[in-house]
Design a protein around this ligand. Sequence first.
Ligand SMILES: [Zn+2]
Length: 449
Amino acid sequence: MRSMVFAEALLPEGWRRDVRVDVDAQGRIAAVVPDAQPGRFVALPGMPNLHSHAFQRGMAGLTEHAGASDDSFWTWRELMYRFLAQLTPEDVEAIATLAYAEMLERGFTRVGEFHYLHHAPDGAPYADRAEMGTRIAAAAQATGINLTLLPSFYAHGEIGGAPPVQGQRRFLNDLDGFAMLVEGSRRAIAGLPGANLGLAPHSLRAATIEEIRAVGAMAQAGEPLHIHAAEQVREVEAAIRILGLPPIAALLQAGLVSERWCLIHATHGTAGELARVAQAGAVAGLCPVTESNLGDGIFAAPGFREVGGMFGVGTDSNVLIGAAVELRTLEYAQRLALRSRNVLAPRGGSTGRALWQGAVEGGSRALAAGPAGIAPGAWADLVLLDPDDAAFAARSGDRILDSLVFAARDGVIREVWVGGRRVVEDGVHPLRAQAERRVAAILARILAA
Ligand SMILES: [Zn+2]
């Protein structure tokens, strides 16, 4: 058992001063005692990153050049397929290591890795079917981030079971192959502290309703289920044309939305669909930075919150990694659309706190991470700020959190702890520089090809 003390800490019930947190030998919080003893730092609960495709960090910044025709999610996807066609398992491990080091430095303590890049470039499975998942687990272990590995089932190229295109061949499995992949994925995370597994039928583009049901049946008790839903208008239109319903309505009608589920994006869900998603207890997995970058659209967050919907945030394409920038972008999109301010805060409340606590709760549920926040039974996953930093001058509590989300430069997070172990010190992850060098060499090779 070890104890840590903080000047202030954000607990599920609100801010408390002079908080002592006792951590057991497994890295879980045993007790939280306010008004105990003064400490130096301000403690926030670590943020779950509920949706990442780690390898895409390698192409960040390389798709911002206009093509010959109108650019969209679909033209971006073509570039993404070309990039991933060149990646080896060693490359994926190196890029994931950099991405996870950056996530930790910027406030994320658990990553939900929605993992669909399974096979060799020619589409053949590796000798170990879970080779790529094993590389993801190695990156998580090296960096110290908690991992929820979400192997993804991908079988088709379009809604209704259309054949896949060549760029998708590294993703493909039938249900038997996927069952083997799931077993391999369980082995890949066995022994990794804090890790768990979930399953992820990729989308209604890549899996039929029957296959999604079959994948759900492979999940063990307590394992979460994730799916991309309604990210693009074009996929909503295709679902209506082919299935007779928009994607989220089709999932609801099939009885596939419950508190085990996380609907990634859900960008184009209607008010009626989102009310039913909220009622079912499913989490909306929002990825505001990527959704902005890809021009997806704006999620109707205020209405979803009003009906009690749970949300979390994910870095998805990893074009820019940070807990604060995801929350800020979520709120700013609403402000721009509604020409209003503090849209996602409760009346009289702090926007930073509403966003941070909401995303910790929803993200913890979506990744089946156990109790959320700084509370007994939860993992001791903590983000520490220095109240003497100029960014937080003359502030405490909510004002510190509002300043972190909306006004602070990068690097104000001083320390990050995962499972009671310090993984970021003085704002820097120890593997960052080495990981940057390895990824630079990979990019030099790929861009020269
Ligand atoms: Zn995604």
